[in-house]
Design a protein around this ligand. Sequence first.
Ligand code: IMP
Ligand code: MG
Length: 177
Amino acid sequence: MKEEVNVLFKEEQLMSKIREIADQINRDYEGKEVYLLCILKGSVYFTCELSKYIKVPVKLGFLSVSSYGDGMTSSGAVELSNDVDLDVKGKNVIVVEDIVDSGRTLAFLLHMLAKRKPESLRLCTLLDKPGSRVTEVAVDYVGFEVPDVFVVGFGMDYAQKYRNLPYIGELVFKEGK
Ligand code: IMP
Ligand code: MG
């Protein structure tokens, strides 16, 4: 099967949306410091770009959770594979995600983080697939809503490929090589 990526959001569209989200964060956190918690690996590109436009002081944290294997559907089981940088006590934490799909990853994470007593805890995602939600999660900042298709690029992968695309597209499979 041949893989093709049909562009959904061009680089310029992504960048202008990211600046809009940063502006909202700047307004909401005026006079405060934010702790951006990047969920590896998918949110790396989004977190880096977003952080550049945030004007209040920013600290960065990284952590990995996974509910996806190399396939396109979630396994359902969420694992925390890297629990570093998680001293969130007293911080204004914004969890930064690439995409919220079933909602399982974030429900798990938010529950775990809330127990560590942050000053505040919000969620920011570049893409939201509300049609595939299994678990309710309250998302505070959303870039774009997408239908229930499999997307890649700007950090998001299929079997670890395509993360480096500067745009986001739908991954489609075609007959042939
Ligand atoms: P959830 O736990 O089902 O909400 O899955 C969240 C994670 O699955 C996201 O953070 C992504 O890393 C991954 N994911 C969900 N949908 C897609 C997709 O369309 N393309 C690539 N990764 C996806
Ligand atoms: Mg992710």
